[in-house]
Design a protein around this ligand. Structure first.
Ligand code: MEV
Length: 289
């Protein structure tokens, strides 16, 4: 008998990397999901190609939830892997939920996020926990490492586009790169962290009021900070240029950067679809929150 679980994709609206070092950040669940199915088997088996990290993360989660890892695992996902939209976190959350059902255990969002964090540590070394929180809860979340994430009530609809600039560097290495920057240039990093904190305040205000123009400006400002940390690429800036030229309100790196996805905010759903169409070569899609 197969047991199934789901996890959301995620996009970070404000604060990637800064959240690793204890700052607040805001993320959103995106309506592309990963579905994992598990059934009892003589030993751990996968019906898809997977690397060592995925095997280790899967084993840890299954053992934690079901007491052993003797399962066959299947996965289907609408999310691109390695693009900064939370494939690994959505997989870990979906697996935790599927394993919970197989073990006859009920599992709330907070518990699924907490178990998935064990898998995220295998993939990313020093994750903040924002990806697994978003993959489990969805919606818009205010996040600070080690604290319970807070749902943000939206004062209106926000229309997003996500475009993929191509394969990004491993999250683990990008996180280490920013950590080295922080250690090597503490004053510069401190000033940037302060600016990021201010952007989180502005973004919260914009989300709560339904003010998309203000949110777009905050996203652009956040991108400037991330570019200063060395996380932008010519392709990311090309996508931003196209989107802003077509009338987007803001556009930014989302996730670890160094390639991967760009999060774009449009003034309305029709414009979001139009921008996604212009960015068709970058696998763009639009959605409303
Ligand atoms: C990755 O989606 C977000 C980072 O801030 C890492 C993390 O928070 O674990 C880069």
């Amino acid at each position: 008998m197969w047991f199934e679980g789901e996890g959301y994709g995620k996009a970070i609206l404000i604060g990637e990397h800064f959240v690793v070092h204890g700052a607040r950040g805001i993320g959103i669940g995106i309506p592309l999901k990963t579905v994992v199915r598990v059934r009892r088997a003589p030993s751990l088996a996968f019906s898809f190609q997977c690397g060592d990290l995925l095997k280790e993360a899967t084993g840890r989660i299954l053992e934690r939830v079901a007491g052993d890892a003797d399962f066959e695992v299947r996965v289907e996902s609408g999310l691109p892997a390695g693009a900064g939209v939370g494939w690994s976190a959505s997989y870990c959350v979906a697996l935790a939920r599927a394993a919970g059902k197989a073990a006859g255990k009920g599992m709330g969002d907070a518990e699924a996020a907490e178990i998935a964090f064990e898998g995220e540590k295998v993939f990313h070394g020093n994750p903040s926990g924002i990806d697994n929180a978003l993959a489990s809860h969805g919606g818009a979340l205010l996040f600070r490492k080690g604290e319970r994430p807070e749902a943000v009530a939206l004062g209106g609809k926000f229309h997003f586009v996500i475009a993929n600039s191509g394969k990004k560097g491993p999250t683990r290495e990008l996180v280490e790169m920013v950590s080295s920057f922080r250690e090597g240039k503490p004053e510069e990093y401190g000033a940037m962290e302060e600016a990021e904190g201010w952007l989180v305040e502005k973004a919260l205000e914009a989300l709560r009021k339904g003010d998309a123009e203000a949110l777009g400006r905050v996203m652009d400002n956040n991108n400037e900070l991330l570019a200063r940390l060395g996380l932008s690429t010519p392709k990311i800036e090309e996508i931003r240029g196209i989107a802003l030229g077509e009338g987007a309100l803001g556009a930014k790196i989302t996730g670890a950067g160094g390639g991967g996805c760009v999060l774009i905010l449009a003034p309305d759903a029709a414009k979001a679809r139009e921008i996604a169409g212009k960015l068709g070569d970058f696998g763009a899609f639009s959605f409303t929150l």
